[in-house]
Design a protein around this ligand. Structure first.
Ligand SMILES: C[S@@+](CC[C@H](N)C(=O)[O-])C[C@H]1O[C@@H](n2cnc3c(N)ncnc32)[C@H](O)[C@@H]1O
Length: 298
């Protein structure tokens, strides 16, 4: 059959005898292919139903409603008596939800951002006798708001400077509550979190970051100076809480398997117990967690 031709669907197919086949060419040098670009992250909101995405009017409350709302919250009622304040009014409900368990317990507080001393005053009165509060500000004028005899301290430096924050923690910490109401620059918020969350908070302590709307104002204000918003950063921490599940399957978490062994996890996964998100606010709780284990009951 060597060299024979046959017809297939009108085409002539000619077989070339093996011995007559041309020698294989030298293999071409391997091509280094560029790694394929990862698929662009889908916009999670595109999965929402059109009903939930429908835009509609959101009416402002009346002045009377606002006043009633503020007077209904202890923090709001106190704040109305302190001059020079400016705050998103929705925060007072959030303060009540998050801070109430610390009231009357003489908490140790670190607040980044002193400005005219309004919140130093608010928090000493809201949390009650024995409150120990340290205000941190880059503006040296803020030192005048210190009243060490009443537990109000001020230290001057930048929240973007981990050495400064470390010195504050060594001198005056650890804290039950850290509030970031400083520059609202994303890189500063992240630098402060890195310097303070583990080293500066006591077990069970809260890390409260406010004014995250500034991330959405973005480059117009210069406050979004990182490729991610602070809320993206917070979502990354939520993902790291779940890091072990990425690497291990269900049977690996059985308690009898786990006994005497350990799973590998980033430190943040072990010490962040809760991440709460409100409008423009995120709150992290620092508490050492039990590693994930599963028990099969007979
Ligand atoms: C919004 S005000 C604080 C308001 C205050 N917490 C209150 O509620 O009354 C922000 C403060 O952050 C301070 N600030 C700006 N950049 C800073 C930085 N890099 N480090 C520390 N403080 C900073 C400003 O000087 C300003 O006093």
């Amino acid at each position: 059959m060597a060299g024979a031709a046959m017809k297939l669907f009108g085409w002539e197919i000619r077989r070339v005898p093996a011995e007559a086949a041309p020698p294989p060419e030298a293999a071409p040098p391997p091509q280094v292919e560029a790694a394929p670009a990862p698929p662009a992250a889908p916009d999670a909101t595109s999965f929402l139903s059109p009903d939930l995405l429908r835009r509609e009017a959101w009416a402002w409350p009346t002045a009377a409603e606002i006043r009633r709302q503020l007077l209904g919250q202890d923090a709001g009622r106190l704040w109305l008596t302190i001059p020079h304040g400016h705050k998103w009014l929705s925060y007072f409900e959030v303060y009540e939800k998050v801070f109430a368990p610390l009231r009357g317990r003489a908490p140790r507080i670190l607040e980044i951002g002193v400005d005219r001393g309004g919140s130093l005053d608010l928090w000493t009165r809201y949390f009650g006798p024995g409150t120990w509060i340290v205000g941190v500000d880059i503006n040296p004028d803020c030192a005048r708001f210190a009243r060490p005899d009443q537990g109000v301290h001020v230290r001057i430096g930048s929240q973007a400077d981990p050495a400064f924050l470390g010195a504050v923690v060594r001198e005056l910490g650890p804290f039950d509550l850290i509030i970031d109401d400083g520059s609202h620059v994303t890189s500063h918020q992240i630098a402060s979190f890195n310097a303070l969350f583990d080293a500066g908070l006591a077990e069970g302590g809260l890390y409260f970051v406010e004014d995250l709307e500034t991330s959405y104002w973005g480059h117009r204000t210069g406050q979004l100076d990182t490729p991610v918003t602070f809320l993206d950063f917070a979502k990354g921490i939520v993902d790291l809480m779940h890091d072990p599940y990425r690497h291990l399957d269900y049977p690996a978490f059985r308690i009898e398997v786990a006994e005497g062994t350990a799973i590998d996890a980033p430190r943040i996964a072990r010490i962040v117990d809760e991440v709460r998100i409100f409008d423009s606010v995120v709150v992290f709780t620092r508490r050492t967690r039990m590693p994930p284990v599963v028990e099969y009951l007979e």
